[in-house]
Design a protein around this ligand. Structure first.
Ligand SMILES: O=C([C@H](O)CO)[C@H](O)[C@H](O)COP(=O)(O)O
Length: 213
């Protein structure tokens, strides 16, 4: 199996700080995620800027689309996004819209299972509809209430769907190897990197731990 990819969640609102963090951690990550607050604040020009600065990196735009899937996602794929996210709770029609936009650009659509009641049913239906990546995700507010993504990751991994699995939600050095062993193909790390005294060292440590599994 291919080594899991490491995704840094760029969750700052500040444009220059976002670019600076991307430059700092670039040697140690595969995917730049423009987080939801960041893309709402800075818009599509940030996608174009990161695309121009880092032609070799994958860019995920965490749109968390809730409606008008094809219409909303299309300009972000056109600007250089490799992956856009759509909420599983939006329903199948919206997910299919983002999948259609992704396919039109040779890119990928990720279903974010955040707050989905029946994650297994949603994963099955959206995978059947052509989703490329299933995002198991415990959001920042749910993390603050003590939740983790580990149980959901096991539930989705054991389905054996023809999709890659991304996991997000407080992943850090002490848990990253467990999520690799549980079947995650894309490991999302935000606060454990950008909140560390040295984000570059934290990203390097995550890379080394993933490589060691
Ligand atoms: O997607 C995220 C969150 O919902 C805000 O948009 C985070 O980027 C994701 O949770 C990863 O960050 P950490 O949980 O801090 O690792």
């Amino acid at each position: 199996m291919a080594k899991p990819l490491i995704q840094i969640a760029l969750d700052s609102l500040d444009y220059n700080a976002t670019i600076a963090l991307a430059e700092t951690v670039a040697p140690h990550v595969d995917i730049f995620e423009i987080g939801t607050p960041c893309i709402k604040h800075n818009g599509v020009n940030l996608v174009k800027d990161l695309r121009a600065r880092f032609p070799e990196k994958l860019i995920l735009v965490d749109l968390k689309t809730m409606d008008a899937g094809e219409y909303e996602a299309t300009p972000f794929y056109a600007a250089g996004a490799d992956i856009c996210t759509v909420l599983g709770v939006s329903g199948l029609a919206t997910c299919k819209g983002v999948i259609k936009a992704a396919n039109a650009h040779g890119a990928e659509a990720q279903i974010d299972l955040i707050n989905v009641e029946d994650k297994v049913a949603c994963a099955r239906a959206t995978a059947e509809a052509g989703a490329h990546i299933m995002g198991v995700h415990t959001g920042l507010d749910a993390q603050a209430a003590g939740h983790t993504p580990f149980g959901d990751l096991s539930d989705i991994a054991r389905l054996g769907l023809n999709v890659r699995i991304s996991v997000a939600g407080g992943i850090k050095a002490s848990t990253v190897q467990d999520v690799v062993r549980a079947g995650a193909n894309i490991i999302v790390v935000g606060a454990a990197i950008y909140g560390a005294p040295s984000p570059a060292d934290a990203a390097r440590e995550i890379r080394e731990l993933v490589e060691a599994v």
